[in-house]
Write a protein that binds this ligand. Structure first.
Ligand code: ADP
Ligand code: ADP
Length: 225
């Protein structure tokens, strides 16, 4: 079980409060999207879940475990950023396998998972290529695959499509939705793109000036008043 629960999380930088009163619970396997204007605290929440920021106060649970004092590398969490960083000297297959090799997963299991993930992301014909032989969209799909292949409990994405052109963004968004339907990992996704929020989210958290303004499903958030 990997529900993610934030209880009254606050993060202050010197005398600036980046986020406060942040409480929500994501049930195991759901896809939640954080939206709101630049500077409203989306990345700070994501980085707190990843362990890249420390909450000034409040509690973070993954499953039943209190995570506040658990360092990032000991959290079973994978994060994908806007600027994907693949290993240039490795093939697509080696990039996807990398996190599992680090964790000494059985070779046969690694092979199966690389193939499954590549299929979910339409990368199976590219497994022997190097990153520089791929388009930007293909590279970002490899970054998604690499993160998901080791089957983390929680998947965090910070505007992963915003560097792609419109067509690639549409395609990759669809792949991402398919991927989530296949693997069902608890996911927190940051964007300011309404289409992404509408098509991907089970629930949307609307933030403003470091606080939660509203939480609801896409219909209730974007319904006409
Ligand atoms: P968003 O991701 O929604 O654009 P952020 O979480 O990056 O927002 O930032 C929220 C607020 O916290 C902003 O006012 C930002 O300037 C501030 N902030 C974020 N990180 C730091 C930091 N390391 N030091 C000081 N202020 C920060
Ligand atoms: P975003 O694209 O999420 O708005 P930014 O470009 O604002 O992010 O911030 C990029 C990085 O700089 C983040 O790691 C954030 O924590 C940090 N940062 C943001 N605001 C500040 C600030 N006022 N002082 C120091 N670091 C900051």
């Amino acid at each position: 079980m990997a529900n993610v629960r934030l209880e009254d999380i606050k993060r202050r930088f010197n005398n600036v409060t980046a986020i406060e009163d942040i409480s929500f619970e994501i049930p195991d396997g759901e896809f939640w999207v954080l939206v709101g204007p630049s500077g409203c605290g989306k990345s700070t929440i994501l980085r707190t879940i990843a362990g890249l920021e420390t909450a000034t106060s409040g509690k973070l649970f993954i499953g039943d475990r209190l995570m506040n004092n658990i360092p990032a590398r000991q959290r079973d969490v994978a994060m994908v950023f806007q600027n994907y960083a693949l290993y240039p000297h490795m093939t697509v297959a080696e990039n996807i396998a990398f996190g599992m090799q680090m964790r000494k997963v059985d070779r046969k299991v690694i092979q199966d998972r690389v193939l499954n993930v590549a299929r979910s992301l339409s990368l199976e014909h590219l497994l022997d290529r190097k990153p520089k032989q791929l388009s930007g969209g293909q590279q970002q799909r490899v970054a998604l695959g690499r993160a998901i292949a080791r089957q983390p409990q929680v998947f965090l994405l910070d505007e992963p499509l915003s560097n792609l052109d419109a067509q690639l963004r549409d395609d990759t968004r669809a792949e991402l939705k398919q991927l989530h339907q296949n693997v069902g990992i608890t996911t927190v996704y940051v964007t300011h793109d309404q289409v992404e929020a509408m098509t991907l989210a089970d629930q949307i958290v609307v933030l403003n000036r470091g606080r939660i303004q509203q939480i609801g499903d896409p219909q209730s958030i974007y319904a006409n008043p």
